[in-house]
Design a protein around this ligand. Structure first.
Ligand SMILES: [Zn+2]
Length: 168
């Protein structure tokens, strides 16, 4: 899957991408980057930014008939995609470093090197890849700045198997 890359000169030229062209149609608001309170990102083209990381943790799936009912561990791989319609004055949706920091804080404080079944969030819910993806999606959603939203979080148990929780 290919996503549009952030280009330069938001709104300044005629050949720099759909999101920039859409921004150019809003001249009264162009001075206030990421501040379109009367609009959502879903009607226009958007920029996507992807950050990946990983952590190690154990879990067991209650009610599952098979090996995963027993306590076992994974090196979970996480892929986060955030989105937004506008770039800042230096051509960025949001700093990769910021997204990585939000993700690392959530992971280091809550998930890394833990038994996920011990967490309050996973007392009623199983710590499945699907529920971990939603947990990270919701946690990151509370941290992103105005004008940026979490599009999806994918949690991989292995290189070949992952679950995604996404915005509709
Ligand atoms: Zn597992």
């Amino acid at each position: 899957m290919r996503f549009p890359r952030g280009l330069t000169g938001r709104g300044a030229g005629a050949t720099i991408g759909k999101a920039a062209r859409a921004a150019a149609k809003r001249p009264a608001l162009r001075g206030a980057a990421r501040s379109y309170p009367d609009e959502t990102c879903c009607g226009d083209s958007v920029y996507y930014l992807t950050v990946k990381t990983e952590f190690a943790a154990a879990h067991q799936l209650r009610g599952y008939r098979g090996k995963c009912e027993n306590l076992h561990g994974h090196n979970w791989k996480i892929e986060v995609i955030v989105k937004g319609p506008d770039l800042d004055k230096i051509g960025m949706l949001v700093d990769f470093t910021e997204v990585k920091a939000w993700l690392r804080t959530l992971i280091d404080e809550q998930l890394d090197h833990r038994n996920l079944n011990d967490l309050p969030e996973f007392q009623a819910l199983n710590p499945s890849a699907e529920n971990i993806a939603k947990y990270l999606f919701d946690g990151l959603g509370n941290r992103v700045p105005q004008g940026v939203s979490v599009d999806r979080v994918t949690v991989y148990e292995t290189d070949r198997c992952g679950a995604t929780y996404a915005a509709q």
